[in-house]
Design a protein around this ligand. Sequence first.
Ligand SMILES: Cc1ncc(COP(=O)(O)O)c(C=O)c1O
Length: 386
Amino acid sequence: MTKWELTLSEIDLGQEEIDAVLEVIQSGWFTQGAVTQKFEKAFAEFCNARHAIAVTNGTAALHLANWALGIGEGDEVICPSLTFVATANAVRYCGGKPVFADIISENNLTISPQSILEKITPRTRAITVMHYGGYPCDMSAIKKIAADHNLAIIEDACHAVGSSYNGESCGAIGDIGCFSFFSNKNIATGEGGMLVTNDDELADKIRLGRSHGMTTLTWQRHQGHAFSYDVTDLGFNYRIDEIRSALGITQLEKLPRNNQKRNELTRHYRQSLSKISGIVVPFDNHPGESACHIMPILLPAGTDRQAVMSAMREQGIQSSIHYPPIHKFQNYQDNPELSTDSIPLTEAVCLRELTLPMHPLMSTEDVEKVCNTLEASLYSLKVDIA
Ligand SMILES: Cc1ncc(COP(=O)(O)O)c(C=O)c1O
């Protein structure tokens, strides 16, 4: 097993999390209840959204979003391929077809409004955007396209807790926003997720869908507020629990400070990486506020990325790839119904992208070390960086 000196991500955990979890355990009530309600209220306020609905993970959030919008057989949802596979799989869970649009450029890895326009057909029902790395998509253009073509917008905001665009919180700009609290995210609860929406009807549908379509919950019956329930929809069990919600409340309190730290580290990375010629550092001068979830760079075209990653690993530095493009995965390639036209920018960038360590426990010295190691690795591989 590799002994890392610097890992890709680390969680800012302290006594606060231990106390919060202990309190839940001592309360004797583990399943979704008052602590979850408190987490949802705090999260809705943080995003300035009318509703926040906590769920088991980000994938469940994306599934519920597509389901609540009524995506079904024959429907198309336009989404990026440069994202985690769950963004597209969630469409397929509902019987719909993900249609992949390209990214904007080497500098802006988010979904291209122009490419979205080119992919619209009479079957298109929605657009799912993903705020890559926490950098907001071009939501003005995307909202206009959605309005002109009567399409819903789902925001995959799993990277973007605390990001904003024109003063609006990412996740609360489209019809439904989806967040993940997986361990590598800016808010980490182990597994966990959240949907936000400003639409009362969608919120009601999502709340029912989260819990089997049941009209009352165990928690309400425990409180003596109900004796029985009806089932009014074919729902799921996507409920979060009180232990994770307690962690979420604590992590949310730390988020502004930790996102500020990520921003400072990103600025430092940009300065240091600018000294290595041949490297592209995307999202230069990007509009809006970024949660700086990850630190992506593009290696010079043709670089043996795996050799760079191995050379960095030898020095104890973990790196990663965000992402292998979804449309090239075997499960997508093997399915003729999911075949897609070429999306050349995505395909070119995916071969060059390398993700460097980024988390709020890092120091600027750590950033220097990563950049020096990267430069030395490229040099040892004789990559033409001059
Ligand atoms: C962009 C994106 N979408 C969706 C997900 C799925 O979230 P989860 O792992 O909580 O199911 C993730 C997290 O891994 C993600 O990064």
